[in-house]
Design a protein around this ligand. Structure first.
Ligand code: SAH
Length: 399
């Protein structure tokens, strides 16, 4: 078996159970491992550190499968990890609440580069590491065994594949072919997940709890849903009794899907607007429009830490306009799903936006992904979705 030897002192993050070994920490590799092959990781002292998957083309040279020397990375290892992940969801998520669940959340479930989502009888696997790719067939077989899914579909087409030197891999891997979008129920709403073409694996499962929060805040209120995609927040607002929803997205296809969602759930009161949120917010401001609740759920402006600076300007801009559009006492649900942007920085950006908008605001709640998107304690990078529920003071400050 090939062996990776770390530079002196570079075992510290592994001792804290962080699963990534960056290329800069590698002293040398003995042997000639192929992409995704299991390698042994040792400190410069020779001490055993971990079993990991080798990623020759990535800046993350290896991702840890297990920290225990006695572990064996084989079918039973993956069966155990998958079962553990599935059991966690069964323990914390009420199955009568939703048919759409993230079953495996990568590193945070001890399965780096492996995401598995379930939409009723359809399971979607999304791989983003050489290790995941190497074990694809095993993972599909095990998922068929464990979940009894009618269909297993692969959606390994995330942007990060390029950085990993991996080719897109999409298609049916087990069972019956997909027949259009998959229907699921969540909090008594009918949802359609376009597993084949939709964002991520078809739906934003991570926002489940924030959708249900909006639902409780919505009664009688005028809601603005920015970056609405297929209308997740819009549906929840209307189901909760919102007086009106204005939903904005730049994608006509997403808005068509949102319209289908509204019809499927027999919900009315939403206006769907195609446009660039940055421009529409300014226009609404010029028209002196105002709202009781604004949702800002933009796409990833900062996929990496290097792009955080530029992204910060984008976040500041939309939050500034959202604050200006909120009535006194109004509520802002604002999110960032940029892995490269910390919670602290995001909060600072929102605070600066409030100052520039001339409003006083409080944080009522820190928001994040639902519990089927856990964050391993040793892997803070797992917390990609950050949000704030803010309330604008009842009377705006002068000036
Ligand atoms: N809130 C959604 C997910 C948002 S995903 C949900 O809960 O399901 C981000 C969305 O922003 C995508 O639908 C994309 O089409 C849209 N988008 C990206 N840039 C945009 C822009 N500048 N203006 C409007 N929409 C944009």
């Amino acid at each position: 078996m090939a062996r990776l030897i770390l530079k002196p002192g570079r075992e510290k993050s592994l001792l804290r159970r962080h699963p990534w070994i960056f290329s800069g920490a590698v002293h040398r590799i003995d042997g000639d491992p192929g992409p995704g092959e299991t390698i042994e990781v040792r400190a410069s002292t020779g001490a055993f550190m971990a079993w990991a998957a080798y990623s020759p083309s990535s800046q993350i040279t290896a991702r840890v499968w297990d920290f225990s020397e006695s572990a064996r990375i084989d079918v039973d290892f993956f069966r155990g990890r998958l079962q553990r992940a599935v059991e966690m969801r069964a323990a914390v998520l009420n199955p009568s609440r939703t048919h759409a669940v993230r079953l495996v959340h990568g590193e945070s479930d001890g399965l780096p580069g492996i995401v598995v989502d379930r939409y009723a009888g359809v399971v979607v696997i999304q791989l983003s590491s050489a290790g995941g790719f190497r074990w694809r067939d095993t993972l599909v077989e095990l998922l068929a065994e464990i979940t009894k899914a009618q269909t297993i579909f692969e959606r390994s087409d995330a942007e990060v594949l390029q950085l990993e030197g991996l080719a897109v891999s999409v298609g049916l891997r087990h069972g019956a072919a997909l027949a259009g979008a998959v229907g699921v129920e969540e909090d008594e709403l009918q949802l359609l997940a376009d597993v084949e073409h939709g964002h991520k694996t078809g739906f934003y499962l991570d926002q489940r709890d924030n959708r249900s929060l909006l639902r409780t805040l919505a009664p009688g209120r005028a809601v603005l849903d920015c970056f609405c995609y297929t209308g997740g927040f819009t549906l929840s607002a209307l189901a909760g009794g919102a007086a009106s929803v204005l939903a904005i997205d730049s994608s006509a296809d997403s808005l068509a899907a949102a319209r289908a969602h509204l019809e499927l759930n027999r919900l009315s009161g939403a206006e769907l607007l195609e446009g660039d949120v940055f421009q529409v917010l300014r226009r609404l401001r010029d028209q002196a429009r105002s709202f009781d609740v604004v949702v800002l759920d933009p796409p990833k402006f900062a996929p990496t830490a290097a792009l955080a600076q530029r992204a910060a300007r984008g976040y500041k801009d939309i939050n500034l306009y959202a604050f200006k559009l909120l009535k006194p006492g109004g509520l802002l649900l604002t999110f960032s799903c940029s892995g490269g942007l910390s919670r602290e920085l995001f909060q600072k950006i929102v605070a600066d936006a409030a100052v520039d908008a001339g409003v006083d605001a409080q944080i009522l709640r820190w928001l994040g992904a639902a519990s089927d998107h856990p964050v391993a304690l040793g892997f803070p990078e797992g917390e990609y979705l950050k949000g704030l529920l803010c309330r604008v003071a009842p009377r705006a400050r002068r000036g």
